[in-house]
Design a protein around this ligand. Sequence first.
Ligand SMILES: NC(=O)c1ccc[n+]([C@@H]2O[C@H](COP(=O)([O-])OP(=O)(O)OC[C@H]3O[C@@H](n4cnc5c(N)ncnc54)[C@H](O)[C@@H]3O)[C@@H](O)[C@H]2O)c1
Length: 255
Amino acid sequence: MPGLLEGKVALVSGAARGQGASHARRLATEGATVIVSDIRDHLGQSVAEDIRSGGHQATYLHLDVRSTEDWATAVETAEAEFGALNILINNAGICEMSAVAECSDDEWQRVIDTNQTGVFKGIRAAVPAMQRAGGGSIVNTASIFGLKGTHGYGAYVASKYAVVGITKSAALTYCYANIRVNAVAPGSVDTPMLAEEVKVFEQNPDFDWDAHVRKYPIPRLARPEEVSEAVLFLASDLSSYTTGAVIPVDGGTLA
Ligand SMILES: NC(=O)c1ccc[n+]([C@@H]2O[C@H](COP(=O)([O-])OP(=O)(O)OC[C@H]3O[C@@H](n4cnc5c(N)ncnc54)[C@H](O)[C@@H]3O)[C@@H](O)[C@H]2O)c1
């Protein structure tokens, strides 16, 4: 049986590890040619090699989502080497935990440049190529913290609310061009990013991380692969009547 993404070309940002690596693997198993991109070149290359060794199609490309030039090169590569760009997964992100009043200018700018401006630059670069391809699907990575606040994480929450905003604006704007734009809003996902956050939580002897997780309606962390299934749904024609949506993958937290 042909895969859901047979003949499609998909670009995944931040795909060297964590959720991005999982998304790249999942899209490839459905027949997409996947451009695995990141700034961690060595790790990213091994993700692409691993996908190829499983009999699927993938290549690695250095893409710093903050760089307009890197986005232009990525889109050019998709079109020149693989014939089109059909799917963009804007997944790359960083997490900084400072509260608003403790957030330095540098921290603010770092988070906004990657999480917010990076998504803007990705959509801006991809839309003309998707128009040339006759349409496409863009999946942005927001967070439950793009739909609710939390203590601390001032710049991060601001950046993820912005991702929700640009998702809806771009969805409405590019409907005419058969380009759908949606987002996933993960809760706590078991990735290197979360592991780094947990190390900080554990410095507080009064905070019990495991007890915190057990209070989630589904009382555990998400596996990256569980987010990838929502990404696949949004990337593929399974979601052909869905645009401007933000789908929580959060074990019921927002409910
Ligand atoms: N892990 C969670 O609990 C969680 C929850 C909600 C949302 N998210 C979001 O999911 C996405 C993926 O996070 P993850 O948990 O897999 O994190 P991760 O840190 O494990 O992976 C993120 C990847 O993004 C890459 N990256 C960082 N800056 C980049 C840049 N400027 N250009 C290109 N790539 C860059 C990193 O090198 C890394 O490979 C992020 O947008 C994150 O904010 C994560």
